[in-house]
Design a protein around this ligand. Sequence first.
Ligand SMILES: [Cu+2]
Length: 465
Amino acid sequence: MLSRRKFLAASGALGAAGIGSLVAPNAMSNLLTPKLNYVLNAQQSKWHFGGKIKSPADIFSYQKNTQTPIIYMQQGEQFSCLLKNQLPEPTTIHWHGIRLANAMDGVPFLTQDPVYPGDEFLYQFTPKDAGTYFHHSHFNSLTQLNRGLAGMIIVKEKQQPDFDQDIALNLCDWRLNADGSFQELLIPKKAARAGTFGNLHTTNWQVEPEFIAKPNSLVRVRILVSDVTRIFKLTVNGAKAKILAIDGNPIDEIRDMQREWIGPGMRMDIVILTPDEGQSVEIVNSSTNKPWPVASILSKGQSQKRQWGDLKPLPKNPIEPLDLQGAEIHRFNFSAGLGVQEDLGINCAASEYIFWAINKTSIGHLDPMSPTLRPTAALKLNKTYIFEFANVTPQTHPIHLHGFFFRVLESNRRTIIPHWADTALVKPDETIRVAFKANVLGNWLMHCHILEHQKTGMTGFINVS
Ligand SMILES: [Cu+2]
């Protein structure tokens, strides 16, 4: 952790450089050692949603009265971010999907100490992979994500792909009353089922935003579900769309987008060929019986005269090949919580409710000092493993493994086109097989990204030694 002395030196240097609370990407080049790409001030803030929410909501953000930013990184270049905690409670940042050293993964008690109020922490790593990722708090996660400490990461490719425009969509529901106060974030009987859904649907913290794009252009649309509960079912109406990447990783063969399920923590990059001048494209969620457009794109301006033939695949990320022949199989049963609760009641996010379990063990909260807290699986460095995720519950669970991409291989219930991911939807009564190479040391969290499920027992971790 950065010492207070070093921190003061850093902030003094920042002041001299005339940088505000949020530093634009690369603006700090060559000014400081170490170079800081961002300074994020986690703080209490206000956000006026408008519409049916009459008063500003008391949110958390990384900058004053502004939404949590998109964080930009450059593939293969060192990234540094100073987190300053101005909240009345501890926090951390998890870089969801980014492959990095365990100490930078942002999981309190497992990979780092919590960053206490008034303290700071320097995150520093070099993203190997380009694509669309997710940054969010990992402390008191249900509350801190619901209040706004969650945003997109865009890791730019070494060679910029040829799109006419790049649009980022961060899908999040808010649980708000008309007076701007927050509703209950965990309703026990709902947490024991699909979760507590939000009542205000937003994209980039706005209701049904409209974007403008040139007619007949190729527009890359990055979609992140930062919501902690809702599994979206997305379609594109008014134009054809193709899938480019899942969880940041280009898929093997670009294919037409149909109705795509995207759960909490998951990302999808698509490309849309925009229609003629004056026409609109809608991206619609139809996961409920009352569909709504999450965003629209209006064609306006000069035609770019693009065709599908102009589309080129994204460059692949440098993922090591898998030795499936020699892979050891580990089975993980995701079930209702009937087993042992390994929650040691540290005063920060411990849940009094336990509804879920992984392999009959329910962890709602982590304390590595506990003699009873054991890894769900102990793995050997550089070996390839097949994980069987078996869901024996009536709910769908988006299972996220920190620190690695796994290859989603197959399901016992549906056809899966193999692809790389860090979060996989496991449907009721489904078993899916994923494979990965355990090529980084450390304790890596594995949990359901429906955060009420995580908080009430569906959490584990693997140890790579
Ligand atoms: Cu779940």
